[in-house]
Design a protein around this ligand. Structure first.
Ligand code: AMP
Length: 420
């Protein structure tokens, strides 16, 4: 029978590498958990309309990349391509915004799905950790999120990343700019699809990576020149707060990002060691999204950092995370009686909070010691019939190689003492 493979554009996380992904999720979420963000989990799929309305019908994410399907019951669903729309939907559904404690600050971690052309750093199934601060218009909130993401990357040891920052204006000034940009774009020589895009969402044409398009965009009107006073003041305050926190950033007036819901602050974290898929994370303010999906006005801001690309960035910088071995004690039992006794001791150790593993499969001393080595355990506990007859087990320090006989009844305390 044919064997199965992971679907195109996906890959499995397998030990020992998978532990890096856990460590990255932990490192990204730690600053959030430390800053008043509560954990939220939403379904892996949603009503397709949530993304069509929220993320935007004209975006690649919705128009080309969504895994949309009809259920047997006739519901139109889609695997989630991103987290913000779902989190906001869930917050509205649970009326979190009505409990008098705005902003509602939430963080999440999970799998996302986009039918993209796979390449290194771009997958059809990927993993993000994200944060959303819902229901407050406060530049300190935008600054907080940027600072926390910076802190997360730095705590992992990353250094070769840059923060790109821009303001997209609001519902007052953006339409004026949009119009100016549109009339500029109408004068260019663009292919049919780009012309269509220019009519639906002209800002996204600025994001076009093709050199022939970029060449024509020289001299395009710049959003900065169109920002209203309120947006300008807001943006200056965000910049000042980030600067005061010692976080370096670059102003990037071309940064628009591929989702329609952003207003005012937008930012992206790019890593210089990743080639074309250089964005390791991004986010921004989405003051209009709640109303777009049927909720009240709830100005909000958030980000999502990609776990897969963060792991690639660690590799690009040659960073080895200091991840302690998961097993502290490995028990090697020789003979039936020893198996019973040591298996019991392993259970006791685990209950006492010591990470312990056991030589399963009835291996001989040599094979079992190889397993003990591979486990990275600090101690091996070895026992055969002769040891047990004397009421002891052998406790071997895997670093020094020293071995001592320990009375069976004292094993747990001895191990705990030596690990402490
Ligand atoms: P976005 O929602 O497009 O702003 O993406 C936020 C982050 O998620 C990006 O900066 C990437 O790190 C990650 N990401 C988005 N799409 C993919 C993908 N197809 N494969 C891997 N990571 C992705």
């Amino acid at each position: 029978m044919a064997t199965f493979k992971a679907p195109k554009g996906t890959y499995d996380l397998i030990p020992p590498v998978s532990v890096k992904y856990l460590a990255v999720r932990e490192a990204i979420s730690a600053p959030l958990r430390n800053s008043g963000y509560g954990y939220i989990e939403t379904p892996g799929f949603e009503d397709v309309g949530l993304f069509a309305r929220g993320v935007g019908e004209s975006t690649d994410i919705v128009s080309k990349e969504m895994y949309a399907f009809e259920t047997k019951g006739g519901d139109q669903l889609a695997l989630r391509p991103e987290g913000t729309a779902s989190v906001l939907r869930a917050a509205l559904e649970a009326s979190l915004h009505k409990q008098g404690n705005l902003p509602v600050k939430l963080w999440y971690s999970g799998s996302y799905y986009r039918y993209e052309r796979p390449q290194k750093g771009r997958y059809r199934h990927f993993s993000q950790v994200g944060a959303e601060a819902i229901g407050a218009e406060d530049p300190a909130l935008d600054a907080e999120l940027i600072i926390l993401a910076d802190q997360a990357y730095r705590s992992l040891g990353l250094r070769n990343f840059r923060i790109l920052l821009n303001s997209l204006g609001d519902k007052e000034c953006r339409p004026v700019y949009r119009e100016a940009l549109q009339s500029f774009l109408r004068g260019l020589d663009l292919d049919e699809e780009t012309v269509r895009r220019a009519e639906i969402n002209p800002l996204r044409v600025l994001d076009d990576k093709r050199p022939d398009v970029q060449k024509q965009l020289v001299g395009a009107p710049v959003l900065r020149d169109y920002l209203c006073d309120a947006c300008k003041a807001y943006h200056e305050e965000v910049r000042a707060l980030i600067t005061a926190a010692g976080v370096a950033f670059e102003d990037d007036e071309k940064l628009v990002r591929g989702l329609d819901y952003y207003t005012r602050t937008t930012f992206e974290f790019v890593h210089d060691g990743l080639g074309s898929q250089s964005a390791v994370g991004g986010g921004g303010r989405y003051d209009g999204l709640s109303e777009m999906i049927g909720g009240p006005a709830l100005p909000s801001v958030g980000w999502a950092l990609g776990v897969d690309r963060t792991v690639l960035a660690l590799e690009a910088e040659g960073i080895e995370l200091d991840i302690p071995a998961s097993t502290s004690v490995f028990a090697v039992a020789l003979g039936e009686e020893a198996r019973r006794v040591l298996f019991g001791k392993v259970t006791e150790l685990r209950k006492a909070g010591v990470a312990a593993d056991f030589s399963f499969g009835g291996k001989g001393l040599k094979g079992a010691m190889k397993d003990a080595n591979r486990s990275g355990a600090r101690f091996a506990v070895v026992a055969g019939e002769r040891d047990l007859a004397e009421g002891v087990v052998q406790l071997k320090d895997m670093e020094s190689g020293d071995q001592t006989a320990v009375p069976v009844g004292e094993l747990i305390d001895t191990v705990r003492g030596r690990l402490a």
